[in-house]
Design a protein. Structure first.
Lengths: 483, 483
């Protein structure tokens, strides 16, 4: 086998396409959640790399026999855990193309098409989401593809941090305060830690079921006032549209107004639910985004674009660039020096970057916005169906208002024995996941261990939702009977 | 087109394989460096995403007519700029497989095979590089795939920062000092900025041609002593094996001893040159790595593994985990809670991660170590050949000692007119790059603008090197004639 050869690539590429198509054809035959034990693979593979070449067939046989049993099948139609991670034909083709061109797009000149297509496609997506014009690349802002929402929130947090520190001096870093809710994604606290924000300066504002776990403006206002009174410096607020636990939606408009009047950077994390906002009937969930400084949605979750592709928009790209730019001699070039172009290396943590806009472009073109809307609506209808089934079974309770395609639910313990509720639901989770027939995950809401059923895999149909519910009912009956 | 369908994926996947194989077949017909002007693509594409689906053929036609002219062809055999970014048949197949499984491997449970294969394959690679056993996953250390060397250096810098701050208190962040040379990659300064290390606490130690641009131990010792005397806290040293400008090699053993005796975290960046160290005759370049706390090499540069795949090893994984772990309720699971497994989310900046070990595993298996060694040796021989050609032409000078597959060279200006040297070389760079026949880049060494010729693309053969040299000579003649 040569390192690269067009005809070998053709031959083996076709072989791999068939292997992959067969994987999808048979995907329902695998346990969704891998049932292997920790350390299983080390027993099956040699201790060191081979000296001599092995055949592709040998490797594919090992993928089948040794790797796939250890895979949790996120593309299975019976995957209902976490949030989805969509693969699609278009997204997959885009990954293939990107991997073959295999350029490193740090600067415009290192592959102009990569930078320019990214700018254009993120403008397309911003328009599909009806984001305000300030987020378009044609003004002072623009979009950029980050690897993940964690990286998106980190880069804007750094931009916000440095913007304030340029004003008040870098020794004041210990005074900067960030505001989140107890439902905000864990990546925000991690970003603070990375950026040197003191853990005690992260205000984790409490939410509860009375606001459906949304962050209320009042406690935010109060916290900001108190911090200012104590000589601290509020600098960052992260609101969420579609929280991880229960898809709660924070009130963007009210929170944004408070941010603005206090000079606080306002970031909106719509990593999961942003995709739904291409549908007119769900767009209202991001009303108020015009108040935000930055907005993020993961095309790799529920938008048919293979992982990773996290779309971030900012209104003031110069803030990002001031925090993240480097300009070593060996990367200098005329287009960059003359400020004629965007160099995305200055909008992100890494220097190198893949040609990720290709897959998003292919998704938008091969499906078109109408089909993408229909795709989202179908999942929301399936989740609505599941929610109805839960409501029809009096042994269960819906644990949080469903807004998108996630249903949080709870198996009620016997009235005489309410303290076993958490264990009961935990046991139900283990029982259904260990069947291999479906995979769901959990969270804690109002101090209760509740189950999460997230619809969103491209292959999921109504029959899969019905079958999953049947397994859940069956295992619930077993557990209740054996109490 | 359905979002996902095995038979559609098969049909369109085969079509895409042929498109890609044809791209490689014709790759020499493209100008290596894209010749488009800033903004070219916006004029060719619509303003917004289509409402209705378009055909794959339409998209592929656009890739051919609109995207490829804007691509700088890193896989071209005439790409000699920066450092290489290898694609290979094996790496490409691995990318395909990874994109199709499309799982998000944040925790072991989210796809056990992804975590376990990564541990195993990084152990394989560590053994191929003869790294000390402390870097293996079987002890307290281990390897992890980061996206890029920038991320690798950032995570270890954060681990080092927090390790010291846990001891001296977080308010001392303004006292932490990092040590690098003026040849260290720009990502180190960026990592410091991200982590809140004060810019004036980055000691950029000077190198010069007398040490072939390697960092000398003496100035490091002095700088550390002075900083300690001033009440500052030395915490991090980055040494490089194969610097970006000229592939200088810092003396690891001596630097490591100084680090160790001062409690400084010692990171070794071998992003480019690490690959060569699988050959016994080049392994000596990383002698002293046993003194390091962390070591990094980019399999995506010169190791036939498609971008991105940056291998990082640490001796003390708990330092990474203490800096980067999160433990939100919605990700809790038995295997993690019982500490039975590695959760790579705690070794990196993002939460989500792709199944990148697959492509590295396929590269190691489909080529085997002997062929990989031969691959590296061939490029080094080609670079040696190019160096000889430069030496044979008295108009040129080799500008730095060649160690691996990079040759730095300089077109000598007329003796009567030495001040035009920089411009002359800049003009030569522009002249050859605008032919489209080859792509080289530049750097500055000892205040001179010098040209970099980096061999390392999988398709590069001797004829490409000879042709590139011919173009360089021809353009040099033109320039010298028109002085």
């Amino acid at each position: 086998m040569k390192p690269m050869d067009a005809e070998q690539l053709r031959e083996y590429g076709h072989q791999m396409v068939d292997f992959i198509a067969d994987y999808y054809k048979n995907i329902e035959n695998f346990p969704v959640l891998s049932q292997v034990q920790p350390g299983y693979l080390r027993q099956l593979l040699p201790d060191s790399a081979p000296t001599h070449p092995e055949s592709l067939q040998d490797v594919l046989d090992d993928v089948q026999a040794k790797i796939l049993p250890g895979v949790t099948h996120w593309q299975s139609p019976e995957f209902f855990a976490y949030f989805p991670s969509n693969s699609s034909v278009a997204g997959f083709l885009g990954e293939m193309l990107s991997a073959s061109i295999n350029m490193v797009g740090f600067s415009w000149i290192s592959s102009p098409a990569a930078t320019e297509l990214e700018m254009i496609v993120l403008d397309w997506l911003a328009k599909a989401l009806k984001l305000p014009d300030e987020f378009l690349s044609t003004g002072q802002g623009g979009g950029v593809i980050q690897g993940t929402a964690s990286e998106a929130v980190l880069v804007v947090l750094l931009a916000a941090r440095d913007k304030v520190l340029r004003r008040v001096g870098k020794d004041a870093i210990g005074k900067l305060v960030a505001y989140i809710s107890d439902q905000t994604h864990s990546s925000l606290q991690k970003a603070c830690k990375i950026g040197g924000i003191h853990p005690e300066n992260i205000r984790v504002l409490k939410t509860n079921s009375s606001t459906q776990f949304a962050l209320s403006p009042e406690p935010l206002s109060e916290a900001i006032s108190q911090d200012i009174a104590s000589g601290l410096i509020p600098f960052f607020l992260c609101a969420t549209v579609g929280t991880t636990s229960s898809t709660a939606v924070d009130p963007l408009f009210a929170l944004g107004k408070i941010s603005k009047s206090n000079g606080v950077w306002f970031h909106v994390d719509a990593a999961y639910a942003g995709s739904a906002c291409i549908c007119p009937e769900f767009r209202h969930y991001i009303d108020g985004v015009e108040e935000a400084d930055s907005f993020n949605m993961n095309a790799h979750k529920w938008f048919l674009t293979n992982f990773d592709c996290s779309a971030l928009w900012v209104k003031d790209r110069s803030a990002l660039i001031q925090s993240l730019s480097t300009n070593p001699e060996y990367l200098k070039n005329k287009a960059s020096q003359e400020n004629l172009v965007v160099d995305y290396k200055d909008w992100q943590i890494p220097l190198g970057r893949r040609f990720r806009s290709l897959k998003l472009w292919m998704v938008l073109r091969l499906y078109g916005l109408e089909k993408l809307q229909a795709y989202i609506r179908n999942h929301i209808e399936l989740a609505t169906k599941f929610e109805e089934l839960v409501r029809l079974d009096s042994r269960f309770e819906v644990a949080a208002a469903r807004k998108f395609s996630l249903v949080c639910f709870y198996l009620l313990p016997p009235k005489s024995n309410e303290e076993i509720g958490d264990k009961l639901n935990h046991d139900l989770l283990d029982a259904v996941n260990s069947t291999g027939k479906l995979f769901i995950s959990h969270t804690v809401l109002s101090n209760r261990y509740v189950l999460r059923f997230a619809v969103g895999a491209p292959l999921t149909e109504e029959r899969h939702v019905l079958a999953a519910w049947e397994t859940l009912q069956e295992k619930a009956s077993d557990l209740l009977m054996n109490l």
